[in-house]
Write a protein that binds this ligand. Structure first.
Ligand SMILES: Cc1cc2nc3c(=O)[nH]c(=O)nc-3n(C[C@H](O)[C@H](O)[C@H](O)COP(=O)(O)OP(=O)(O)OC[C@H]3O[C@@H](n4cnc5c(N)ncnc54)[C@H](O)[C@@H]3O)c2cc1C
Length: 398
């Protein structure tokens, strides 16, 4: 049995804690905030269940890495797989977005890029792929990357995009947890506590102590000894609390991705199903979901909660938000709606701690210290990437 400390009670920390405590280890989690869940939990507001970050959506629903780990640790949380998985609003029509729905020229270009990568290891960013392809595919690509990863085509290499697409084809599209993000956080917390693990809130970890590159424990007000430390706060913050200049230099190069989320109240449904609506024609909003079609309790009596997301593309946040609002005005012109919250995410509270495709893995320069969470994702989207990273780490630990 190991004595394990986890720094951060975000989804990454809690998921790791649930696995390790189920295996019989003694696990203590520490979070600086008065609540657990980090960027993946609910904020009740006027009867709506808004969120600290995520759009109450799991990229690969029940079938992906997160769905599988939840089942493995005995979570009873219910995830409704989206149907349809996703549609794109294009020239006033709803289009399906399976491989065969894209024009032949773009599909052929994808095959050509795939072969060039496989045979010659050619690996360019996707803005080069966009050049010369049809407008629908180019705009949809931007919309997909903006919605699922908060990045643009110039941010991601073909090889990484290919892994993500392969996983979408392998695991399928998204799902919505009944009860929203918090249902997953509550369920993991229950599992950890039932295994005698502890979740300690308002406890900021100030440092990690070590001897000869082997970590020995964490520093709060006092020093606490542990056999294994998992850090849910990314490489950069971990390097800082270690005070390791070389590690800080390496980790500070990792760029986060920024975004804005709009929570919208409606009297009547706008999307009317549980899937994603991609909006490739809009200036900034790249997609929306309407979580109340899966769980009506995420809004008060009969109302609907629509959530829209955009990547932030310039340094002028006000300008970005105004573009998002004007997109919504155009999109919802025939609906009575109210924007009930506009939340922006960057730097210390980003959409992603590291832009997709730039992860450097879960290892640190120290023995018995690993990163979990969105600072060390596997090749899947968002929280499924977190789960894939943890799954890989656990295989390594065994
Ligand atoms: C607008 C937006 C929309 C998104 N939508 C989706 C979505 O629909 N689906 C999806 O899969 N993903 C989505 N994501 C991404 C997802 O929310 C994150 O990837 C995920 O929540 C990150 O979890 P984490 O555990 O890695 O980090 P966090 O949630 O950031 O957890 C880290 C925790 O560490 C704590 N901490 C920090 N420093 C210390 C310290 N020194 N001591 C103790 N504790 C500390 C923090 O308080 C925090 O609770 C979205 C994100 C945003 C912002």
């Amino acid at each position: 049995m190991m004595k394990v400390a986890i720094i951060g009670a975000g989804l990454g920390g809690l998921l790791s804690a649930a696995i390790l405590s189920e295996e019989g280890n003694s696990v203590d989690i520490y979070d600086r905030l008065p609540f657990s869940g980090g960027r993946f939990t609910n904020i009740p507001y006027k009867g709506f269940q808004l969120s600290t970050g995520a759009l109450h959506m799991i990229p690969h629903g029940n079938r992906g890495p997160l769905g599988k780990i939840l089942k493995q640790v005995g979570s009873k949380v219910e995830i409704e797989d989206s149907k349809p998985e996703g549609l794109a609003l294009w020239e006033g029509e709803l289009k399906t977005v399976r491989r065969k729905d894209f024009p032949r020229g773009s599909r052929n270009k994808m095959i050509k890029w795939y072969l060039l990568h496989k045979i010659f290891r050619r690996d360019r960013t996707l803005d080069k792929f966009e050049e010369g392809i049809d407008t629908f595919t180019a705009n949809f690509l931007r919309s997909f990357l903006g919605w699922s990863l908060s990045i643009t085509p110039s941010d991601i290499k073909f090889s990484k995009f290919l892994s993500i697409v392969k996983n979408v084809e392998k695991f399928g599209g998204p799902g919505i947890p009944i009860g929203g993000c918090k249902a997953i956080i509550d369920s993991l917390t229950e599992i950890i506590k039932s295994n005698d693990g502890t979740v300690n809130l308002r406890k900021k970890v100030e440092g990690i102590f070590f001897s000869n590159d082997i970590v020995e424990g964490i520093k709060l007000k006092e020093k606490l000894k542990y056999d294994l430390i998992l850090s849910n706060i990314g490489h950069d913050l971990t390097a800082r609390i270690l005070g390791d200049e070389e590690y800080i230099r390496r980790a500070s190069k990792l760029q986060p991705s920024s975004g804005v989320k709009f929570s919208i109240a409606l009297e009547e449904p706008f999307i009317g199903n549980t899937g994603v609506l991609f909006t490739p024609e809009l200036k900034r909003i790249s997609g929306l979901n309407e979580v109340t079609n899966a769980d009506p309790n995420l809004a008060p009596g009969g109302k609907h909660l629509l959530m829209a997301h955009q990547a932030v593309l310039t340094s002028n946040l006000k300008y970005e938000i105004n573009l998002g609002l004007s997109d919504l005005k155009e999109l919802l012109k025939n609906y009575k709606y109210e924007v009930i919250a506009i939340q922006s995410y960057s730097n210390g509270w980003p959409v992603n701690r590291i832009k997709a495709g730039n992860d450097i893995g879960y290892r640190t320069p120290y023995k018995n210290l690993y990163i979990v969470g969105d600072g060390a994702k596997g090749d899947c989207i968002e929280v499924d990437g977190i789960a894939a990273g943890i799954r890989n780490l656990m295989r390594d630990l065994v």
